[in-house]
Design a protein around this ligand. Structure first.
Ligand code: NG1
Ligand code: ZN
Length: 558
C-alpha cells in the first residue's frame, strides 16, 4: 500500500471514531444497532465494500437498513457480485474492521488483509459500490459515512441509488454484474412483464374460488409501500391497495414481523377487511406474509406465513415440472431430471415440513440466516427457500434455465400452444419474476397473486393446505447469549451442557412437542421456539424452557 493510500485511510478514519464500549459482529444480517453508534461501522463497511469490489472485479452493494427493527435502529450489510450476501469468508474481516479501536489499528488490519487476499491498491483498477438505504431518518447521515468509506480507497467510486428496498439493491448489483440495465425502472419493468406473462398463461379454470380480486398490502410504513405504489402503475391485471406507506412510525404495530410474531392485525386494518386477502411487508420489503382478518374477532388474524408461501410455490412448480415430465415420458428418451428441493429452518412449522415431505419433496433444514438457506438452495436445479417469517425466494440453476429455454423453443415447432409449452413458459416467467438475488416481498407478492389466480384459490383455500401446529416464540435476556452453542441446524444445544437434556424432559410432556433455543444473530437475546398440539401447550413449553435458559445462563440487563 503506498503512502497516499495509507494517509487517505488514516485521515478519513479519524473523522469516524468508534463509539466506546460497543462491540458489534457481522450477524445474520450484517451489523445492526442503535443508529447513534453506527457511523463509524458504516464508514468501515464502505471501506470493506470497496475492497470487495477490487477483489472480485465486480460491482458490490451496500445497504443501510435495519429491516423490521424499530425506527431508531439502523444497520448495514454488503451484497456480493451475485446479488447474494457477503461471502462468509469475509465476515471475520468485517468484524475486525468494525471493532478496530483507532485509525492506526484499522490501517494495520487492512494492510494485512489486502496482502493475504492479494488485492492491489494502486488506484488503477476500478471499484464500484452501489449504495442504497431505506426510509429511516438516520439513513442519510449514515449514507454519507458509507460514501466516505468507499472514497478512502483510491480509485473506488460510490454510486448512490437512493431510497430503495433491500431486494432492489441486491437485484441491481446482480443485474449490473450480468451486464444488464440496473435501474429501478428496469427492475419494475422486469417484474411487471413477467407477471403479465404468467397471468396470460393462466388456465381457463373456474375462478369462483379466487375470492375477492383485491389484495390489501400493509407497507410497514417503510420503503416497500411507496415502491409498490410505483410498481402498481405498470400492472393492469391486479388490484392492489397499499396501506401504511410511510405516514406512521416504521414497523410500529405494522409490518410482516409484527403480524407474524403477534398474529394481530396491523394498524389500519379492521373488521371491514374480513373476507379480504391481506399481505404485510417488513420495513425494507424483503419479507412477506399474508393474512386474513378473523370474522369473530377483528383484532386477530389467520396467518399465512412464509412456510405456506413456500408450499404454494413448491406445489405450483411441481405441477409445471410434472406437465413437462409427461411429455418427457412420452418421448421416452429424455434423461434430464431437474432436481427440485426446498430449504427451511427449525422455525418452519412442523406441519409445513410434514406436508412438503408428503408431497414427495426433498426438504433440507439449515441454521437461521438467509446466507445458509440461500447456499443450500443453490445445490438444486430449482431450490426454494423460505423462513417462516416470510423471507425467501426461488433459485434456478443456469443449466436448468438453458434446458427450459431449449425445450420451450423446440415446442414452438412441435407443439405450439400445448400444455407442455405453457408449463415451460410459466417456469421461465417465474425465474424472471422472482428475485434470485435475495427474498423480495414485491416480487413474492406478485408470484403469490399469479399462482392463486392460476389455481383459482382464495386465501382460505390456500390456508387449508395444512393446519399449522400452534407455536410460541419468546426472547430471553441473558448475561452472555454467545454461551449457547448449537448443532443440527440449531435444534440441539451443545453448550452449556445439561440444557438440552432439560429441554428434552420438558418437551416430552407435550404431544407433538418440539422446542429449541438459540442465540439471536440480530438482537442481544436468546430465542425460544416451542410447538405443540394446543396453543396452551406451546405457551407452557416455551415458558418453562425460557425459565430453564434464565436459570442456566443468568438474567441479563434489559
Ligand atoms: P435472529 O435475530 O438471528 O433470530 C432474525 C430472524 C431470521 C432472519 C434475521 C435477519 C427469526 C426467528 N429470526 O434473526 O430469520 O430473518 O433476523 O433479518 O425470525
Ligand atoms: Zn427485512
Amino acid at each position: 500500500m503506498d503512502d497516499q493510500q495509507s494517509s487517505l485511510l488514516l485521515e478519513s478514519a479519524a473523522c469516524f471514531p468508534p463509539p466506546k464500549g460497543v462491540k458489534l459482529s457481522y450477524g445474520t444480517s450484517g451489523f445492526r444497532a442503535d443508529s447513534s453508534v453506527l457511523e463509524s461501522m458504516v464508514f468501515r463497511v464502505g471501506v470493506l465494500a470497496a475492497l470487495r469490489s477490487l477483489k472480485t472485479g465486480s460491482v458490490i452493494g451496500l445497504m443501510i437498513t435495519a429491516s423490521h427493527n424499530k425506527v431508531s435502529d439502523n444497520g448495514v450489510k454488503v451484497a456480493d457480485p451475485s446479488g447474494g450476501m457477503l461471502t462468509q469468508e469475509w465476515e471475520p474481516f468485517a468484524n475486525q474492521l468494525a471493532n478496530a479501536p483507532n485509525p492506526s489499528s484499522l490501517l494495520e488490519f487492512i494492510v494485512d488483509f489486502v496482502k493475504k487476499e492479494n488485492i492491489t491498491l494502486n488506484g488503477k483498477q476500478e471499484a464500484v459500490v452501489l449504495l442504497g438505504r431505506d426510509t429511516r431518518p438516520s439513513g442519510e447521515r449514515l449514507l454519507e459515512a458509507a460514501k466516505k468509506g468507499v472514497a478512502s480507497i483510491v480509485g473506488a467510486i460510490a454510486k448512490d441509488v437512493g431510497v430503495v428496498t433491500t431486494p432492489q439493491l441486491h437485484w441491481m448489483v446482480r443485474a449490473k454484474n450480468k451486464g444488464m440495465e440496473a435501474s429501478e425502472c428496469s427492475y419494475f419493468e422486469q417484474l411487471a412483464s413477467s407477471f403479465r406473462c404468467l397471468m396470460d398463461l393462466t388456465p381457463q379454470r373456474d375462478q369462483s374460488n379466487f375470492g375477492n380480486d383485491k389484495v390489501i398490502v400493509d407497507g410497514a410504513d417503510g420503503v416497500g409501500g411507496e415502491k409498490l405504489e410505483e410498481l402498481k402503475k405498470l400492472l393492469s391485471d391486479i388490484c392492489i391497495e397499499v396501506r401504511n406507506h410511510g405516514d406512521g412510525v416504521l414497523n410500529d404495530g405494522v409490518g410482516a414481523d409484527f403480524v407474524q410474531k403477534d398474529k394481530i392485525v396491523p394498524r389500519g386494518f379492521d373488521h371491514e377487511d374480513v373476507g379480504l386477502r391481506c399481505a404485510s411487508l417488513d420495513g425494507d420489503a424483503d419479507r412477506l406474509v399474508y393474512f386474513s382478518v378473523k370474522s369473530n374477532d377483528s383484532k386477530t388474524i389467520d396467518l399465512v406465513d412464509g412456510d405456506k408461501i413456500l408450499s404454494l410455490f413448491a406445489l405450483f412448480i411441481k405441477e409445471q415440472l410434472s406437465i413437462l415430465n409427461k411429455s418427457i415420458d412420452g418421448v421416452g428418451n429424455e434423461s434430464y431430471q431437474p432436481r427440485l428441493g426446498v430449504v427451511q429452518t427449525a422455525y418452519a412449522n412442523g406441519a409445513s415440513t410434514d406436508y412438503l415431505k408428503l408431497m414427495g419433496l426433498d426438504v433440507v433444514l439449515t441454521p437461521t440466516g438467509v446466507k445458509y438457506l440461500h447456499e443450500k438452495a443453490e445445490e438444486f436445479d430449482i431450490g426454494i427457500y423460505f423462513e417462516a417469517n416470510g423471507h425467501g425466494t426461488i433459485l434456478f440453476s443456469e443449466a436448468f434455465l438453458h434446458w427450459l429455454e431449449s425445450r420451450s423453443s423446440s415446442y414452438l415447432s412441435t407443439s405450439e400452444g400445448s400444455e407442455e409449452q405453457r408449463a415451460a413458459l410459466r417456469l421461465l416467467a417465474v425465474s424472471k419474476l422472482i428475485n434470485q438475488a435475495v427474498g423480495d416481498a414485491l416480487s413474492g407478492l406478485l408470484l403469490v397473486e399469479a399462482i392463486l389466480h392460476h389455481m383459482g384459490w382464495s386465501i382460505y383455500k390456500w390456508n387449508e393446505l395444512y393446519n399449522d401446529l400452534p407455536s410460541r416464540q419468546l426472547k430471553v435476556k441473558v448475561v452472555d447469549r454467545t454461551a449457547i452453542t448449537t448443532s443440527n441446524a440449531e435444534t440441539v444445544v451443545v453448550t452449556p451442557t445439561g440444557i438440552q437434556e432439560a429441554i428434552n424432559i420438558e418437551t416430552e410432556k407435550y404431544p407433538r412437542g418440539r422446542c429449541f433455543v438459540r442465540p439471536s444473530g440480530t438482537e442481544d437475546v436468546v430465542r425460544v421456539y416451542a410447538e405443540a398440539t394446543t396453543q396452551e401447550g406451546a405457551d407452557a413449553l416455551a415458558n418453562s424452557v425460557a425459565r430453564l435458559v434464565e436459570h442456566h445462563l443468568g438474567f441479563g440487563n434489559s
